[in-house]
Ligand binder design. Structure first.
Ligand SMILES: Cc1ncc(COP(=O)(O)O)c(C=O)c1O
Length: 408
């Protein structure tokens, strides 16, 4: 029987039900420490990208480790403060932000990372004299899918790095102080060289801002989802970025802190979606193993064609089977074993109805992208540490579907 740390999967399913998000606390702490160690030669802030997984218990673990936080909505500010992050350790990088949302950040004493010239113009009026950070589009983009490439001419994010003169003009009109500079080129990147290229461009821009406290290279560090993918070598990444940064500091005359902003890297591998096989159906082409979850709970395969390793909790004796693992939603795209091009059956040890499956690497962009589509309830979430487990989000009940609906 598959174990999460020291606890058998069936014990968790029996106690908490399925579908169930299971996170291993030690894996999160270890990922954080590995990253911190890779940048140990310079003063580095690790901003956890809350969007990857915003459960306050997860946030609290990263806060305890010493993380800062990247927040992209007033809701994420609210959750991070609730988890105990001090306001000065948050950076607010919302896309397409309204004045009201900026006021929420300002009232919460959270620094704003400005994404567009129009936002900068509004902020100059809303909060003259404020310390700010600027997100630049440094015209390099990368990522596991076109949906998550956030640099370059197709990207809606950040101020064009050739517009620094306009930035400086608006900043001086509003007596704003540029204390930070930032880029984020995309998500799910396994090639260290892409980060080096991005850093070089960001540092060219940084030279134009003399009072920086921090230079933030964004997130995007990938994890290997497919069996043939190799993890990024953090040591090499740390050394390369540190090298670029040190030579920048010599010219710059001071040493701003360095920041990185990972979400996926810190939490993806800690989490799994534990579910149950609830139907077996055969077409002329495929054997479909249906589960009690779907893309309403883990959208990455349907949305990006992403690969998640799937493993039966019990390895049964017998002939291997080739199967397509599906969800229980009324859409044919509700398939967990797929690529961007379509269905991709996989080989498994024998699977029967009632068996538990573990969908691995689901700790990032899993629950945080979940919805009530088809009016299924959201999964419960638990945190496992050694032989202990703790419920960190209760299973919903059907009255949740009537939340905020006025009575007839
Ligand atoms: C501004 C910003 N920072 C950080 C991240 C985190 O990316 P990842 O989870 O790939 O590290 C994102 C992801 O979309 C982002 O938009």
């Amino acid at each position: 029987m598959f174990k999460f740390d020291e606890i058998e999967a069936d014990k968790l399913a029996f106690r908490y039900g399925t579908p169930l998000y299971v996170y291993r606390e030690n894996v999160i702490r270890e990922s954080y420490r590995n990253l911190k160690n890779a940048f140990s030669d310079i003063k580095t802030r690790i901003h956890y990208a809350v969007k990857a997984n915003s459960n306050p218990w997860i946030l609290r673990i990263l806060k305890e480790e010493g993380a800062w936080a990247d927040v992209v909505s007033p809701g994420e500010i609210y959750l991070a403060l609730h988890a105990g992050f001090p306001a000065e350790k948050l950076l607010f990088t919302q896309n397409s932000v309204s004045d009201e949302q900026m006021k929420y950040a300002l009232d919460s004493r959270v620094r704003i990372n400005v994404e567009s010239l129009s936002q900068l113009k509004r902020l100059k009026v809303l909060a003259p004299g404020t310390d700010i950070s600027i997100r630049f589009n440094i015209y390099i983009g990368a990522g596991h899918h076109s949906h998550v490439i956030t640099g370059g001419p197709l990207s809606k994010f950040g101020i064009d790095w050739e517009s620094t003169d306009q930035v400086k003009k608006i900043v001086s009109e509003g007596n704003l102080k540029v204390k930070g500079i930032h880029c984020h080129i995309g998500s799910g990147i396994l090639d260290a060289e892409m980060f080096v290229r991005a850093v070089k461009n960001l540092l060219i821009t940084a030279k134009k801002f003399p009072d920086l406290e921090v230079i933030d290279f964004g997130g995007g560090i990938g994890i290997p989802y497919r069996p043939d993918e190799k993890p990024i070598t953090l040591k090499e990444l740390g050394q390369k970025l540190t090298g670029e940064y040190m030579s920048f500091c010599k010219d710059y005359g001071k040493k701003p802190e360095l920041a990185v902003e990972p979400g996926r890297y810190l939490v993806a591998e800690s989490g799994s979606l534990l579910c149950m096989v609830t139907s077996i159906n055969k077409s002329r082409k495929y054997t479909f193993m249906g589960t009690d979850t779907g893309f309403n709970h883990l959208i990455r395969p349907a949305f990006y064609g992403s690969y998640h390793r799937i493993e039966p909790a019990v390895i049964r004796e017998g002939e291997e089977t080739t199967a397509v693992i599906t969800g229980n939603l009324c859409e044919s795209g509700d398939i967990f074993t797929r690529t961007e091009d379509g269905i991709e059956p996989r080989r498994f040890t024998p699977i029967e109805e009632g068996d538990l499956l573990i969908i691995h690497n689901a700790g990032a962009y899993g629950f945080s992208m979940a919805s009530h589509y088809n009016s299924f309830l959201l999964p419960a979430e638990i945190l496992v540490k050694g032989s202990e487990s703790r419920l960190i989000r209760k299973r919903e009940t059907y009255n949740r579907l009537l939340d905020n609906i006025p009575d007839f």
